[in-house]
Design a protein around this ligand. Sequence first.
Ligand code: AMP
Ligand code: MG
Length: 297
Amino acid sequence: MRGGIVAFPTETVYGLGADVFNERAIRKIFDAKKRPADNPLIAHVGSLDQIPSLTNRASKSAERLIAAFFPGPLTVVLPRSATVPLLATAGLDTIGVRMPSNDLAQQFLRECKVPIVAPSANLSGRPSPTTWMAVSEDLDGRIDCILQGDPTTIGLESTVVDCTGESPVLLRRGAVSFERLREIVSDISEASSEDPDLAKSPGMKHRHYSPMAVVVIADDVTSLVLSTSDAFIGLQRPAGDSDQIRICDSVEDYAASLFEFFRQCDRNGIARIYCEKVSETGIGGALMDRIRRAAEK
Ligand code: AMP
Ligand code: MG
């Protein structure tokens, strides 16, 4: 480990990684992404035996969630051990921990032999990158290396669950849905945006996932007529003569395609992107969360 910063694929989105114990390297991540210093990073491990170097206290519910969903698209927030630099956690006494399931991510993390803090490998505020080309579009010349893997399969950032309180709290929706979490930890609740608990996830207050275009949620696609400067992504085809239309095979495909579609629209100078509203079950919950955030201006 020489203190460099490396972009690598995971099953959620591409991450930009640094040695969790190297403050100089962590600082490079914040600089390269232009990320606000109060937005904490998630530590990625290649094996479960690396978790004790990050925390000295995992609650019973954390242990159950780890047993059920690691490796996979779930981050658990745990008390930070004193050896983890405060720079990595934006001054918090907690640290988010995740073990990705993507093969290249696992190989990379095992070679590193230390946990790797990695936010999404995009410029802060832009849609997260789901291809190595999107990483290059934002960060070429600002980082040391990009591991060129396949497009990510899930395409939305990990589910984040705070396990430091009395009962677990869902801080950010992701591919591991609230319904699946509740099967493992029945006392889990979801933090609402007005909830003071969200202060525990300071990153959530920053603007996220936004293309340059205005994003509009389409409740009823059958009544929509697109103009040539509009784009559309969803499951059913609207009327109109735009050539920027992405019809997805499933909600999973929609989730996996959303961020790259946003980027494509920016490259083509699209003014307005309609996103079809879907039911908030399964990955639909996380998908609608990201679309709503992108639609907030
Ligand atoms: P990113 O990897 O860019 O998607 O950002 C990581 C996000 O995970 C942050 O913006 C927070 O929402 C959340 N997160 C990371 N670490 C913590 C933590 N210690 N406590 C609460 N939320 C966290
Ligand atoms: Mg991010």
